[in-house]
Design a protein around this ligand. Structure first.
Ligand SMILES: *Cc1c(COP(=O)(O)O)cnc(C)c1O
Length: 378
């Protein structure tokens, strides 16, 4: 178990006890029924936001203060605000799912809270206490509960983030920060079931290197990946498989998702958390679930050559990527320069996808205690 998993499985206060930590401000201009209906009738990803957002601020004198749920609105930031110049920022992503009885649940939110703190430590940002993180989700989802979709596969995507807001251009960690959570109703990532993606294996660019920030969730890693992704997409690929920067020969991550390899002999393998790989909550859950089901799972270094030959000779039957946004995405093909190999099967991906979704939506027993209720049924 990583320290993230240990922190995630500790006993944290339940929603009732956290309800009032973030003070709810009055809202003078809730979205109209027409605006609401237009958004909810056509759910996409990350394009529309709710009525409220959570906020808190940090300075050296007061520490974290001003915890509140306030109307969603543009932020005001000094043009010299450090995040705009030096990228001192960390974020998280998780989803709130509506269960059949109307109650609303998040998946392992303390894992995300603990990971936010690991990211913050790497970027010289003060820790945000885990109970406060949970309280921000409870407060926001309670205020915004009408935005949690009903449909299986749909959810309210939650985006907590912290950024350096001190107005100072000197080169050092900032002395002022802001925490916020925004929420976006989102549809099923794939409306037509699980569609295998075509992947470009990237050998000219890396998203992270040894000693860098690949193992934490910060905007800079994303910015570093867009160039390769745009070029791959321009050539007709869906995503990019990044290799490790040290040897350019081992599987790292697939875009902003973790990657898994399924073997014909039943073993399931994923790159070990070497320091350049983000410890995904989905990755960790899949490993735990498969292990519990008696599948042999391995976290290890995975050479591209070996995987490539395995696909060709049939010892590798399936590959998939995983993360909160898309859950599980089967890989249909890999291309290295002009060579392409195809993966025919999506059976295993489909099984993992369903097992996770059943837990998310309360259709299966929560056998690992992963679900955390943020709002009661009304
Ligand atoms: C967020 C993220 C993931 C997936 O993490 P989950 O916790 O499963 O959503 C994987 N890789 C990168 C680079 C990420 O930023």
């Amino acid at each position: 178990m990583t320290s993230l998993e240990e922190q995630a499985s500790s006993q944290w206060p339940l929603a009732q006890a956290l309800q009032d930590r973030f003070v709810r401000y009055p809202h003078q201009g809730l979205k109209t029924d027409d605006e609401y209906n237009a958004v909810m009738a056509q759910l996409d990803f990350g394009a529309h936001f709710t009525d409220y957002m959570a906020r808190a601020s940090w300075d050296a004198d007061r520490g974290w203060h001003g915890h509140r749920i306030e109307p969603y609105a543009p932020l005001s930031l000094d043009p010299a605000g450090a995040v705009l110049h030096y990228g001192q920022e960390v974020f998280e992503g998780l989803k709130a799912y509506r269960h059949a009885d109307g109650s609303v649940w998040t998946f392992r939110p303390a894992y995300n809270a603990a990971r936010l703190n690991e990211s913050s430590q790497r970027l010289m940002i003060p820790d945000f206490p885990i109970p406060d993180f949970l309280a921000s989700l409870v407060g926001l989802v309670s205020a915004d509960r009408r935005w949690v979709p009903q449909d299986f596969g749909a959810s309210l995507y939650l985006r907590p983030f912290i950024f350096a807001s001190e107005a100072f251009l000197g080169v050092r960690g900032a002395q002022r920060f802001d925490y916020a959570v925004v929420a976006s109703p989102s549809g099923p990532y794939f409306s037509d079931g699980l569609k295998p993606i075509n992947v470009w294996v990237e050998r000219d660019h890396h998203r992270a290197g040894p000693g860098g920030m690949g193992n934490v969730k910060t905007g800079g890693n994303y910015a570093a990946s867009f160039f390769a992704k745009a070029h791959a997409q321009a050539r007709g690929f869906d995503e990019v498989l990044f290799l490790d920067a040290a040897t350019n020969s081992r599987l790292d991550e697939l875009g902003a998702m973790n990657v898994f390899v399924v073997m014909a002999d039943g073993r399931v393998r994923t790159p070990a958390l070497s320091g350049t790989i983000l410890p995904g909550s989905t990755r960790s859950a899949i490993l735990q679930m498969l292990d519990d089901d008696g599948v042999d799972v391995f976290e290890e270094s995975l050479a591209l050559d070996e995987v490539w030959e395995g696909i060709k000779d049939g010892t590798v039957t399936e590959m998939f990527a995983c993360g909160t946004a898309a859950s599980v995405v089967p890989i249909g093909s890999l291309t290295v320069s002009s060579q392409r190999v195809e993966l025919g099967s999506v059976e295993f991906s489909r099984w993992v996808f369903s097992a996770l979704a059943d837990i998310h939506y309360g259709r299966a027993a929560d056998r690992f205690g992963w679900m955390y209720k943020v709002a009661d049924a009304v």
